[in-house]
Design a protein around this ligand. Structure first.
Ligand SMILES: *Cc1c(COP(=O)(O)O)cnc(C)c1O
Length: 350
């Protein structure tokens, strides 16, 4: 059997980036206070406040599913609902964690072009909620960058948050790939978060080069009360938190997080243009580190036979290829040359 190659299956197949690995090794120097009462966690929270230019409340949890579910549980009562995109990770890839942690809140998926929330669709979904007889709409959740690799511009977020505010709803941002969005937009983090009405951000580090650890960032103190208890009850309080915090500091120092994100985004552009040169259709604009391409079933199968692992993302024939901070030119060239072989095998077989 061919060895399975993981390069493009997800950006979480990548390793730990060297800066994070060094920071982790450096933090491994004797005993330190547990449960976040350590110097690395304190410095990380300060650094995040500097980065966002606001006195935000910052919490570290193990992964993105927990970050999203706990953040939403913080905003919702069990009788509330959360509007999201139909491709939202929340609704498709988190095994009901949001419903579980909120104890009853309902996710309401809506359609929208290019993976983005469409306010007309949201409006229509809201009209279908029958006052007391349906869940009470409480949150709009958007994913930045989106599951399809597109990026919301600051004005688009501002428009969604104005809509939410008018209906006394909050804006949650699933920022599993927040770094890729900032690298693409080249703006300050505040320009796509609290400045444009985001209440809580789940800021992902794992796909950016960490081993584990996502931040939950509340931009107002009113919203963060007792979140530490919620995280602890949810099994998300790391006793040796310094080993999550130190690598995060390694990412945020010297803008490593942006360097990593830029590398991933640039790799995706190269991959997309290579695929296009080979005649493959690229289905969505490549604005970050995801390439969604329509592939003939047999071509996809041949590529898999040649060892490449990647997911089908939208039925029947749209596949997602992800790039990471570590994606090399060699991997891209190898995939492209196998793509050419796969395609000629597929057409010869017809
Ligand atoms: C990867 C990802 C997450 C987090 O997933 P975990 O596996 O729980 O860390 C959340 N949202 C999006 C959009 C993701 O791609």
């Amino acid at each position: 059997m061919t060895e399975r190659r993981q390069e493009f299956a997800s950006d979480n197949t990548a390793g730990l980036c060297p800066e994070a690995a060094t920071a982790l090794a450096d933090a491994n120097a004797g005993a330190a206070a547990s449960y976040g009462d350590d110097e690395w966690t304190r410095r990380l929270c300060d650094r995040v406040r500097e980065l966002f230019e606001i006195e935000c409340d910052v919490f570290l949890v193990f992964n993105g599913t927990a970050a999203n579910a706990l953040a939403l549980a913080q905003l919702c009562q069990p009788f509330h609902s959360v509007i999201c995109h139909e491709h939202a990770h929340l609704d498709n890839d988190e095994c009901g964690a949001c419903e579980f942690y909120t104890g009853g809140s309902k996710l309401i998926p809506t359609r929208g072009a290019k993976g983005k929330i469409d306010l007309l669709e949201v409006e229509a979904a809201l009209t279908r909620q029958h006052e007391l007889h349906s869940h009470k709409p409480r949150v709009i959740s958007l994913t930045q960058t989106t599951e399809l690799g597109t990026v919301y511009a600051p004005d688009e977020i501002r428009e969604i948050s104005a809509f939410a505010k008018k209906r006394a709803m909050f804006l949650h941002m699933d920022g599993a790939r927040f770094a890729n969005a900032i690298a693409a937009l080249r703006c300050a983090p505040k320009e796509i978060t609290w400045r444009v009405g985001v209440e809580v951000l789940c800021f992902g580090g794992t796909k950016n080069g960490l081993a584990a650890g996502e931040l939950v960032v509340f931009f107002s103190k009113e919203r963060s009360a007792d979140f530490d208890y919620r995280a602890k009850q949810g099994g998300q309080l790391a006793s040796k938190m310094r080993f999550l915090a130190a690598p995060w500091l390694g990412l945020l120092e010297n803008e490593v997080w942006l360097k990593n994100a830029r590398q991933a985004n640039e790799a995706a552009l190269k991959l997309a243009s290579g695929l296009q040169d080979c005649g493959a259709e690229i289905v969505f604009p490549v604005e970050s580190n995801a390439v969604l391409s329509r592939l003939d079933l047999m071509v996809a199968q041949k590529l898999r036979e040649r060892g490449w692992d990647f997911y089908k993302f939208i039925e029947p024939d749209i596949y997602r290829l992800m790039c990471a901070w570590s994606t090399t030119e060699e991997a891209i060239s190898a995939l492209l040359s196998d793509f050419k072989v796969a395609r000629s095998c597929a057409s010869a077989a017809r």
